[in-house]
Design a binder for this molecule. Structure first.
Ligand SMILES: [Zn+2]
Length: 412
């Protein structure tokens, strides 16, 4: 390893620790929620670092931070980056890695080759997680024109602070800087930790995402009849818990049969009256379904829900099914993925295609402009936790690959 490589290796680990110092918690985790003092300090410190490196820096009015390198040709911008916010007691890598990777890749390109032909921007997007306010992708959705300031109206955090007030107190808000909505982005590239175990188990360093799964969430309510646990014979019961148990076991089996990539989860159950010696009259349970093909989810839902309805009728139980989340799957750009694969192949980097089971900013950009999403392994798949960890050599490989893809797009 040359002296230069060694110092660059240190640059990644140093920057991960440096960014984690903004909002560091006692457990070694990071809590850096949107518009808090920790978040503000991190964004301003990053801005100063970008400026030092020779990038032209600016904020937009919601607080997305950009570092721009103007291209010599007239063109739209190639954007790379990720999110700066974290969940409460999150890790050092989720989002932060993509912000740091974008910054390092762009700085290295500028240092090695000077100004690119096509403009490159590296971004620290203000919010993705929705961990302070019940709204996700506030940064990227504003850029892509899916949110506007009025979408923040009435939205407040757990202390009753309005998003619009928090934004103003942090120095942002309508008219403060340029409008966040953009029409000049020609591609978005995001590097992120996998937050799963696929790469680690397959011994791969890079995951090239082909799709981001769609998600559907439902609440299923069953209404039977509460009754005495001792005096009501088994044949006469309208037991909502028994029905729910059968339905949950059916939906689980059906998910396995339908497609290996389909996941269905019941994570929440509410039983009424929830008393040991009373037959439950009511049960409500959640159902979360994810797959990267709409028709697979459609087929699964049709089967499962018609089976539920048929069986509920037989049991004399009333059923209602309410959908409250419907996110379409996103296909990422095949041409950008191919560029990443061919560079990885030529460098003998162990890579594989992967379907992202979690949403990222790339999910929003994916329907807006050609988008590339690359993953590096997460140790034991742990994320949203102080125990989140990715090996420095993998982080480095990811940055090298990002740098090469950017070079191909902006310099050749
Ligand atoms: Zn993330």
């Amino acid at each position: 390893m040359s002296v230069n490589q060694l110092s660059e290796t240190n640059q990644v680990s140093e920057m991960i620790e440096w960014l984690a110092s903004f909002g560091k918690t006692k457990t070694g985790g990071v809590t850096r929620r949107l518009y808090t003092p920790e978040w503000q300090a991190a964004q301003h410190a990053l801005k100063a670092k970008m400026k030092e490196t020779g990038l032209e820096t600016y904020f937009d009015s919601v607080g997305n931070l950009y570092g721009r390198v103007q291209g010599t040709e007239k063109s739209g911008a190639i954007l790379t980056g990720s999110h700066i916010d974290t969940v409460t007691e999150g890790g050092k890598y989720d989002g932060a890695y993509g912000v740091i990777a974008g910054f390092i890749a762009v700085s290295r390109l500028l240092r090695k080759y000077g100004p690119p032909k096509k403009t490159i921007e590296t971004a620290s997007l203000c919010e993705e997680e929705g961990s302070r306010f019940p709204i996700t992708f506030w940064g990227s959705k504003n850029i892509c024109g899916l949110y506007h300031f009025h979408d923040a109206d009435g939205i407040q955090d757990e202390n009753g602070i309005l998003l619009s007030d928090a934004m103003k107190r942090a120095g942002f808000g309508p008219g403060k800087y340029i409008s966040p909505a953009r029409t000049d982005i020609r591609a978005f590239l995001e590097l992120h930790i996998e937050q799963g175990m696929v790469l680690e188990q397959n011994n791969k360093t890079i995951g090239v995402a082909t799709h981001i799964v769609g998600q559907r969430r439902y609440t299923i309510r069953l209404k039977g009849e509460s009754n005495h646990a001792g005096t009501t014979s088994m044949a006469l019961r309208k037991d909502a818990v028994t029905a729910a148990a059968q339905f949950i076991s059916y939906l689980t089996r059906k998910a396995k049969e339908t497609d290996p990539g389909l996941v269905a989860t019941v994570g929440q159950i509410d039983v009424k009256p929830n008393v040991a010696n009373v037959i439950a009259g009511e049960v409500a349970f959640s159902l979360d379904i994810r797959h990267h093909r709409q028709e697979v989810m459609e087929h699964y839902c049709n089967d499962v829900f018609s089976t539920f309805k048929r069986n509920a009728k037989k049991k004399g139980i009333h059923i209602s099914i309410t959908q409250w989340l419907d996110t379409a799957p996103v296909a990422l750009d095949p041409a950008l993925a191919e560029i990443a694969r061919s560079i990885a192949k030529s460098r003998q980097i162990a890579f594989q295609d992967i379907v992202s089971g979690a949403g990222h900013d790339a999910q929003i950009f994916g329907s807006f402009c050609p988008t590339l999403l690359l993953f590096v392994p997460s140790r034991n798949g742990i994320s949203h936790s102080p125990r989140e960890y990715s090996a420095i050599r993998d982080l480095e490989t990811g940055i090298d690959l990002l740098e090469s893809v950017l070079y191909k797009l902006a310099y050749t």
